[in-house]
Structure formats: structure tokens, C-alpha cells
Design a protein around this ligand. Structure first.
Ligand code: PLP
Length: 398
């Protein structure tokens, strides 16, 4: 019972402070190159779009094997631009998972459409592909599968369903830039894919930045115009866009960091596989059932997050939720962890007006059970050992 154990054992990990993410450990080794990038942009006097942005767009399009990449102010704005470019608005419905980051559905509501929430797969946390078809109505305009935590969603059946029903697909690859499904990078399979370079993503900028991917020349052109107030030619507006432009400075920083992405991701994957090896034996524990994340063999997982399910075992005797108990237990030992995401989107107050939504049992269970551990590339071996030791100690003592 975690409540009674708290003072029982003192671990050496208590002297450590292990963060969930330390961006400095990644950025300071390339400090000189980042400073040079800053000077390049400063002296160019070109701060909005321009050469650095175009260079980054080309690098990103090649990496995702997409014909077109359009740099954007953030991943969120990229979702918004994709919905706007597809002409989605009031009266329309867009299907997305309930267990994801808010932006996925927030953008749907911002264009005036109704988010329709699908349940998730308990093993991989992604949208349950088999449950989408019955949510399709004559008003459905798009499906947004999210490649959650860095593992691709089950794209083939989703794309097949979308083609058959005439619905667009926007891949939310915010957390999955570089992940592959059936040997191909995600993000360029549907009408659009979006990527985020928020500092916590595998490729993180030094601020906000995002990207739209597409293979459709007309959609790419529309997205470019929407990014700049729908303006074409200058001061003529056939459509209403916004300011969704990527800063030259962020693009210059991303040009410095992009060549390191494969290495960053490889280290994350090594950490994830070490965790998986260490935690497999905690599965089905009597007091607490700790379930490591499953990776489908037909796709790669870039481990943007390493997320366990922490469930009460048959003899769980602690007060309350074992996931929250583990989080507290780790906190007391200086190990940071985070709950992504505690409230599924169909239960968010701001979407109540679009409801009522039926219960989504897996999404609700995941919101109560998911706990993400430090998996950032620069996590030191002794730090990871301490995280493992602390999780195992919790399981043994619970
Ligand atoms: C990070 C994230 C976004 C939004 O990206 P920003 O660049 O932070 O706006 C959208 N969807 C998911 C799943 C994300 O993780």
C-alpha cells in the first residue's frame, strides 16, 4: 500500500533529480551552430519566410517522402490550415480520437465544425480503426488519425475507408516525424499531414514551429496562400487566411538540428527498449499491473513519449488510483513523470456544446492509467537505471 510505504525505504535515487525532458542537454552541444544560424538570419535581415524556411521545407519534404512541405507557425496552426484548405466549416463533422492532445479537436471546433470522437486501441493508444466506420455520416468531411506518442496509427484501413466514403485524411504526425508505417514515413499518406516542432517533440525548435505535408500541388498552393492571409497576388484576397508563417529564425535553428534527428530518435528508441525489457515482468502484478507500451511489428515507434499503463491488480490495496500513486512515488524520489492525457476530449467542458458524446471506455481507461516516463535522448544510463529501480520498487512494495 503506497501510503504506508512512503517512509520505509530510502533510495539513492532520492538524491537525483531526473527531469521529464531537458532541452539544454540537446541544444547546448550545438550552441555554436545555433549562434551561427542566429547571426546568419540577423545579418540577412529576412525574418519572415525566405531562404531558411525554404531550405527547411525541402529537407522536411524529403525526410517525409512528401512532394510538398509548407512551414507553419505551429503544429496547431498547421492543423487549422489543413482544415481550412479542405474547406471544412460549420455543418461539417471531423472524426478524431478522444485520447490525444487538445489541438487535434480544438482546431476542428475553431473552423466551426463538430469534432466526433472515436475510441482508442488499448495496446497502442491510437485511434481504433475498426470503430471509425460507424461514426461516418453524410456530414463527415475528414478523419484525423493521430500518431500518438510516436507510433503510427493503423493507416491502411483508415485510408481505405476514407477513399471509399469520400472523406479526407489529415494525419496528425505532431509527435511522429520520421516514424514509418509499412516502410513509409507517416505524414504524406492522406490529403495532409501535420508536424510540430514544439521543443518537446523529437525535432524541437527553440520556440513554436510546425509543418504541413501533402502530395497534392493544388492543396499545397492553397495552404501557402492561407498561411499569408489567403493573399494572392499581393493585396488580393480570394479567400480568408491568417498569419500562420514560420519564422526564418526557427527554420534556421531547425536546419541546424534536423541532421541530428535520426540520432535523437535512435537514443529514444534505445531507452524505450531498455524500459520495455525491464518492465515486462511487472505485467499482471498482483497488486499493481504495469503494462509497457506495445509496438506493432509493421511500424516504427519514434518514442516521443514512453507511456506505461498502470492498472490496479487483483490485490491493489492502495487508496485511489495506482497511476497517481506511482507518479507521487516517483516524484518523492526525484523522478519526473507526466500524465498525457488526464481528461479525454469528449469529456472536456469546451466540447460539451457539441455533444452529448457516448462513453468511450478505452479512452477513459487510458486517461486514468497512462503515465509517461523520461525518455529524452540525453537521459543518462544511471538516470534511466534509477527510473527503472524506482518503478520496480513501487511495483514490489505496492
Ligand atoms: C504537439 C501536438 C500538437 C500541436 O503542436 P504545436 O506545435 O504545439 O501547436 C498537435 N497534436 C498533437 C498530437 C501534439 O502532440
Amino acid at each position: 500500500m503506497p501510503g504506508s510505504l512512503r517512509p520505509a525505504v530510502r533510495y539513492h535515487v532520492e538524491s537525483m533529480n531526473i527531469p521529464l525532458l531537458d532541452v539544454c542537454r540537446q541544444n547546448l552541444p550545438v550552441e555554436t551552430a545555433l549562434e551561427a544560424a542566429f547571426r546568419r538570419v540577423l545579418r540577412s535581415g529576412q525574418f519572415i519566410l525566405g531562404k531558411e524556411v525554404e531550405e527547411f521545407e525541402q529537407t522536411a519534404a524529403a525526410a517525409a517522402r512528401a512532394r510538398f512541405a509548407v512551414g507553419a507557425s505551429s503544429g496547431t496552426d498547421a492543423i487549422l490550415m489543413a482544415l481550412m484548405a479542405l474547406g471544412i466549416g460549420p455543418g461539417d463533422e471531423v472524426i478524431c480520437p478522444a485520447f490525444t492532445f487538445f489541438a487535434t479537436a480544438g482546431c476542428v471546433a475553431r473552423v466551426g465544425a463538430r469534432p466526433v470522437f472515436a475510441d482508442s486501441c488499448p495496446a497502442c493508444f491510437n485511434i481504433e480503426a475498426g470503430g471509425i466506420e460507424r461514426l461516418i455520416t453524410p456530414r463527415t468531411k475528414a478523419i484525423i488519425p493521430v500518431h500518438l506518442f510516436g507510433q503510427p496509427a493503423e493507416l491502411d484501413p483508415i485510408l481505405a475507408l476514407a477513399r471509399r466514403t469520400g472523406v479526407a485524411v489529415i494525419e496528425d504526425a505532431a509527435q511522429a516525424f520520421g516514424a514509418e508505417y509499412h516502410g513509409r514515413p507517416v505524414g504524406a499518406r492522406g490529403e495532409f499531414g501535420i508536424v510540430s516542432f514544439f521543443p518537446s517533440k523529437n525535432l524541437g525548435a527553440l520556440g513554436d514551429a510546425g509543418l504541413l505535408l501533402t502530395n497534392d500541388a493544388a492543396l499545397a498552393e492553397k495552404a501557402r496562400q492561407l498561411r499569408n492571409h489567403g493573399m494572392h497576388p499581393k493585396y488580393f484576397h480570394a479567400m480568408i487566411g491568417g498569419n500562420f508563417r514560420l519564422d526564418a529564425l526557427q527554420a534556421a535553428f531547425l536546419n541546424v538540428k534536423a541532421p541530428h534527428l535520426a540520432e535523437y530518435t535512435r537514443k529514444r528508441q534505445e531507452h524505450a527498449s531498455l524500459y520495455n525489457g525491464a518492465f515486462t515482468r511487472l505485467r499482471g502484478g498482483e497488486a499493481v499491473d504495469i503494462v509497457p507500451p506495445e509496438i506493432h511489428p509493421d511500424r516504427t515507434h519514434i518514442s516521443n513519449q514512453y507511456t506505461l499503463r498502470v492498472r490496479p491488480g487483483k490485490r491493489w490495496a492502495g487508496a485511489g488510483n495506482p497511476r497517481d500513486a506511482l507518479k507521487r512515488f516517483l516524484q518523492e524520489r526525484g523522478v519526473a513523470s507526466e500524465v498525457y492525457y488526464p481528461v479525454p476530449l469528449h469529456r472536456q467542458e469546451c466540447f460539451a456544446a457539441f455533444g452529448p458524446y457516448p462513453p468511450l471506455l478505452v479512452a477513459e481507461a487510458l486517461a486514468a492509467e497512462a503515465l509517461s516516463l523520461p525518455v529524452f535522448p540525453e537521459l543518462a544510463p544511471e538516470e534511466q537505471a534509477a527510473v527503472i529501480e524506482a518503478v520496480c520498487a513501487f511495483a514490489a512494495l505496492a
